[in-house]
Design a binder for this molecule. Structure first.
Ligand code: NAD
Length: 285
């Protein structure tokens, strides 16, 4: 079997086209979504991610602004800035680009963002709403993964989904979203003694480790759906995922490439969340 490739770049483009239409209609009703990105320090990777987000926002008609702060900005100054953005009626979505300099607590920053403007979906209130299945801002990468599966009508209900990785931004929430869709979910991580024993039983395998080629064809079941979240830069400069793509694609039914896989979907979902923030979340029952 040769897997069908789920191209996240093309799917994200398609989704952006739909959002452009939606934003035009919102603007006719006087709602003009605005995203503010806060960038602290000058990590080149962060800078390039921020540029990608600005460009994608502009493409769908969402206005954005970037607040650049020096690396030695104090935690208090950053939190004060966030409070100001929380109060600013013209700002619908706030995203603080991670990672932050070591002297600033990322968790404190995340918890300071008004949950109604938390378009990254990292605030504990939004994570909690996701867990109980309420309307919320889903964290962008897991949301992108779910959208990729749904775009190919891949059945999730009743399937065994295995997630490798348990970070708060990818592993844990993607497992929760798959559970919300009625999958039977197993989490694996760095302390899992026999990874292959678990991955070889997965109908849907989500790999979010951050190390190249950890998963090979021998680790998966025939016909598995393989979602590769990892982004690793090899010494050659080439970008690669966590999965041995060439070998695995001969055994899987669907697979996502790196690049052009989950990455572009993450940004598309950020824009979706920004539009949602401009419209307003549904209140809790
Ligand atoms: P993280 O470092 O916070 O978490 C990595 C997880 O992998 C940990 O839970 C750890 O227990 C597990 N792990 C490490 N080594 C392992 C091993 N040998 N076997 C099994 N589990 C192991 O990373 P993260 O923030 O979740 O990101 C994971 C990867 O996804 C990174 O490459 C990151 O760059 C990428 N990422 C991509 C996107 C995207 O949009 N495509 C978004 C976020 C993260």
């Amino acid at each position: 079997m040769t897997a069908e490739i789920i191209n996240g770049k093309d799917l994200a483009q398609e989704i952006r086209m739909g959002m452009k239409e939606e934003v035009t209609q919102l603007k006719e009703r006087g709602i003009s979504p605005h995203l503010t990105v806060v960038l602290v320090g000058d990590n080149p990777a962060s800078r390039s991610y921020v540029k990608g987000k600005e460009k994608a926002a502009a493409e769908v008609g969402i206005s954005s602004s970037v607040i650049e702060l020096p690396a030695d900005t104090s935690e208090k100054a950053l939190l004060d800035r966030i409070h100001t953005l929380n109060e600013d009626e013209n700002v619908d979505g706030i995203l603080v680009q991670l990672p932050l300099p070591k002297h600033i607590s990322e968790q404190k920053v995340i918890e300071t963002i008004n949950p109604a403007k938390d378009v990254d979906g990292f605030h504990p209130v939004n994570i909690g709403r996701m867990m109980i299945g309420e309307d919320t801002f889903l964290p962008c990468t897991p949301y992108g993964i779910l959208t990729m599966l749904q775009s190919r009508d891949i059945t999730i209900e009743g399937k065994h989904a295995v997630v490798i990785g348990r970070s708060n931004i990818v592993g844990k929430p993607v497992g929760q979203l798959l559970l919300n869709e009625n999958a039977t979910v197993t989490y694996c991580h760095s302390r899992t003694p026999d990874l292959r024993e678990v991955t070889s039983k997965a109908d849907i395998l989500v790999v979010a480790i951050g190390k190249p080629n950890v998963i090979t064809a021998e680790d998966i079941k025939d016909g598995a759906v393989v979602i590769d979240v990892g982004i690793n830069r090899l010494e050659t400069g080439k970008l690669t995922g966590d999965v041995d793509f060439d070998g695995t694609k001969e055994k899987a039914s669907f697979i996502t490439p790196v690049p052009k896989g989950v990455g572009p979907m993450t940004i598309a979902m950020l824009l979706k969340n920004t539009i949602k923030a401009a419209r307003g979340l549904e209140p809790l029952e």
